[in-house]
Design a protein around this ligand. Structure first.
Ligand code: ZN
Length: 330
């Protein structure tokens, strides 16, 4: 982006943030019992990634800090474990409750995110699977990104047909179709595909989180929830596999954290009534999905929607204010 285009883009985003602040102030006059949960993944560096070609583009540190300051000024930040209760107890005139959550075992949670949370005096809930307790282990979509970025397309034929491979040559956004195809595979095929991508990608893109990293998050007042060890899309699993996915690896993480893991966030943000029921049976108090809606008094605590932020702070602010607005107008 050239200098002038960048300036206009920044101005447009500041304007969006201003509109969000005004909307939020107006909404506060309502007695609506509503709140919002946000789901972040990677915070990294001084410039945000490219959402048009990256499966999980990084949000820059400065942009994340602005998100946090907007939330502090315009909402009441609460832990994810207390969000549904805070929503049910909200009174007219009070700020809407909000919580900040992170998914996946990423080194940046400690290296980049934690210093920002500390500086701003807020905490967050980190949903991890314990996948990298023993050493770096990449998620398949990180390896897929390397394979596509580095044009190592020979690794892809068994998940991408000729049309898709040609599309990848022409347009980087075809990566999202490949990712969807991999996500839709049966677990054994996906494990096989992940191994092929791993071998092709070479160096691991992210160091992940060891026990001492998780200890640092806890010591800073953050909470840890479970994100499952194998990161399967849970609605695709049969009952036995679903039950196993909600338990496998949880004991070990509970030993690492020294506390019960009472919260779960569903991999890929995907869950349905059956998954929520299984999570309830497995002893979780709350479960988190990904969606664009706000949390209300009638939200099932095992199906709490979380809004993914946009990379631009103002766009994110408007997105969450509009989610709250859609509850107040009912
Ligand atoms: Zn995840």
């Amino acid at each position: 982006m050239n200098g002038l285009a960048e300036l206009f883009s920044t101005l447009r985003d500041r304007l969006a943030e201003l509109r969000a602040v005004l909307l939020c102030r107006r909404l506060r006059r309502s007695a609506a019992q509503a709140g919002v949960a946000l789901v972040y993944h990677r915070v990294d560096g001084d410039r945000s990634g490219d959402a048009s070609r990256e499966i999980l583009p990084a949000l820059s540190g400065p942009a994340f800090a602005r998100h946090v300051r907007h939330l502090k000024r315009n909402y009441r930040l609460v832990p994810a474990s207390g969000l549904v209760d805070a929503v049910r107890n909200r009174r007219r005139g009070e700020p809407f409750p909000a919580c900040i959550t992170f998914d996946d075992d990423l080194a940046g949670h400690v290296r980049e995110t934690l210093p920002i949370l500390r500086r701003e005096g807020v905490s967050a809930t980190f949903f991890v699977g314990g996948v990298s307790l023993d050493g770096p282990r990449a998620f398949w979509w990180q390896d897929l990104q390397i394979v596509v970025d580095d044009r190592l397309l020979d690794a892809l034929p068994h998940v991408a047909d000729d049309d898709l491979l040609r599309a990848l040559e022409r347009e980087p956004k075809a990566i999202f179709r490949v990712a969807a195809a991999i996500e839709g595979l049966e677990p054994p095929q996906r494990t096989e595909t992940a191994a092929v991508l791993r071998a092709a990608a070479g160096a691991t893109a992210d160091e992940g989180l060891r026990s001492n990293d998780i200890g640092r998050l806890l010591a800073a007042g953050c909470d840890i929830g479970f994100h499952t060890l194998r990161h399967e899309a849970l609605p695709q699993l049969d009952d036995d596999a679903l039950e196993a996915a909600l338990r496998e690896g949880r004991d070990r993480l509970e030993t690492v954290t020294g506390r019960r893991l009472a919260l779960v966030s569903y991999p890929h943000g995907k869950a349905d009534e059956r998954v929520a029921g299984a999570a309830r049976t497995a002893g979780y108090d709350a479960g988190f999905t990904t969606g664009r809606s706000a949390v209300t008094a009638s939200t099932d605590p095992l199906l709490v929607p979380r809004i993914p932020p946009a990379l631009a702070p103002g766009k994110t602010a408007l997105r969450i204010a509009r989610a709250v607005a859609s509850c107040t107008s009912q």
